[in-house]
Design a protein around this ligand. Structure first.
Ligand code: PLP
Ligand code: COI
Length: 355
């Protein structure tokens, strides 16, 4: 399969004020489009095309039975104007892990990765350069057979769109308040919790609304069986520093194996911290806050980067974290990670690629 290029005649106006980008509202001129059809022998089309509306049947399987998964990564502009990406091969691989759970067609990972590089090179002028900004990359994979019968699709679209973004949270680096959900659940054992499928996010909206009404920006999910053990936050993994040690929920099949999570675990270890991945109960965190050993809490994610958590609300108990400001280690990890992503710090782990 060859990657085609379909030129558009008129380019869009780029955002003039990078301080007002927000998150995911503006899209660039081009997208990557790949098409799969079992009847045509598999993947048969790949092109960098003008970004435009899709035309697919209202009967398309994705609209009814949610055979969909997606990814999220970023391209960063370095101080000297170069373009970097961070572990993009891990995102491409994770999309295949999600797709496998949803019985979707296998993705040719290297072809997709190289095609994303080409797309970013074409769209490099869309990468903002102000501190904290980047170009968010959203690969999306959908089953599109026009058939109203529950089955795995035989036709797929995989497209990648680009959005210049600022901070995911309107509050920037100010600590967020998190509502610990104790009624609704996001994932159960054997379910799709470990995948990045749209259905997980649809299932999370109800709890998100309740949390917002009460003034909290995010939901912390507990395990779906006992409502006792910590899973993850809506769009990020969570980590705690308790008595000098970093602890984070283990990959239990119900949480996303975050690429930022993995990077932060490795960075914290390289800084000499003990990091333990294990089952953590909400009671343990409440007890640590009570006895003064809960030092820091933060979330990790591509969109959220490293986000400090200032308080957790659990069964109407307010659990304050440290002094409510950004913790020392949280800030160090934020600086170290973004230092590597924006090319200010040496990349000793081999995580970045320069385009
Ligand atoms: N957990 C959920 C539910 C997410 O949506 C995300 C974001 O992609 C993460 C965790 C963090 O994953 P990553 O660090 O790979 O972006
Ligand atoms: C991410 O890419 O980090 C995400 O969490 C996706 C998201 C905005 C739901």
């Amino acid at each position: 399969m060859k990657l085609e290029f379909i030129k558009r005649e008129v380019l869009k106006e780029k955002p003039a004020d990078e301080s007002k980008l927000g998150f995911g509202r503006i899209f660039s001129d081009y997208m990557l489009m790949m098409k799969y059809d079992e009847a045509k022998g598999g993947w048969y089309y790949a092109a960098i095309e003008p970004y435009e509306n899709l035309s697919i049947s209202p009967a398309a399987l994705v609209f009814h039975y949610a055979q969909e998964c997606f990814e999220g990564m970023k391209a960063y502009r370095t101080a000297d104007g170069e373009v970097m990406m961070f572990r993009p091969w891990d995102n491409v691989h994770r999309m295949n892990i999600s797709g496998e759970r949803l019985c979707m067609a296998p993705i040719p990972e290297d072809f997709l990765l190289q095609s994303i590089y080409e797309l970013i090179k074409v769209e490099k002028d869309w990468i903002p350069s102000s501190p904290g900004t980047s170009l968010y990359i959203r690969p999306t994979f959908i089953g599109i057979d026009p058939v109203i019968g529950v089955k795995a699709a035989s036709q797929y679209l995989l497209y990648v769109i680009l959005s210049p973004v600022g901070s995911y949270y309107a509050s920037g680096l100010a600590p967020v308040s998190i509502y610990v959900e104790n009624k609704y659940v996001r994932a159960v054992k054997g379910g799709t919790g470990y995948t990045k499928c749209g259905g997980n996010y649809a299932a999370s909206l109800k709890a998100g609304e309740v949390a917002h009404e009460r003034g909290y920006s995010q939901v912390l999910w507990l395990d779906g069986r006992e409502n006792k053990y910590i899973d993850e936050v809506g769009a990020m993994n969570i980590m705690f520093k308790v008595n000098g040690e970093v602890i984070t929920p283990e990959l239990n099949g119900s949480i996303l194996a975050g690429i930022t999570r993995d990077s932060i675990i490795k960075l914290a270890r390289s800084m000499g911290y003990k990091v333990t991945e294990r089952r953590i109960s909400m009671q343990e965190i409440a007890d640590a806050a009570e006895n003064g050993t809960l030092e820091e809490v933060w979330g990790t994610g591509t969109a959220a980067v490293v986000s400090p958590v200032g308080e957790l609300i659990w069964e109407d108990k307010v659990i304050k974290v440290g002094d409510g400001g950004m913790g020392k280690l949280t800030l160090e990890l934020y600086n170290k990670l973004t230092g590597i992503q924006y090319g200010r710090e040496a990349d000793e782990m081999g995580w970045t690629v320069k385009l």
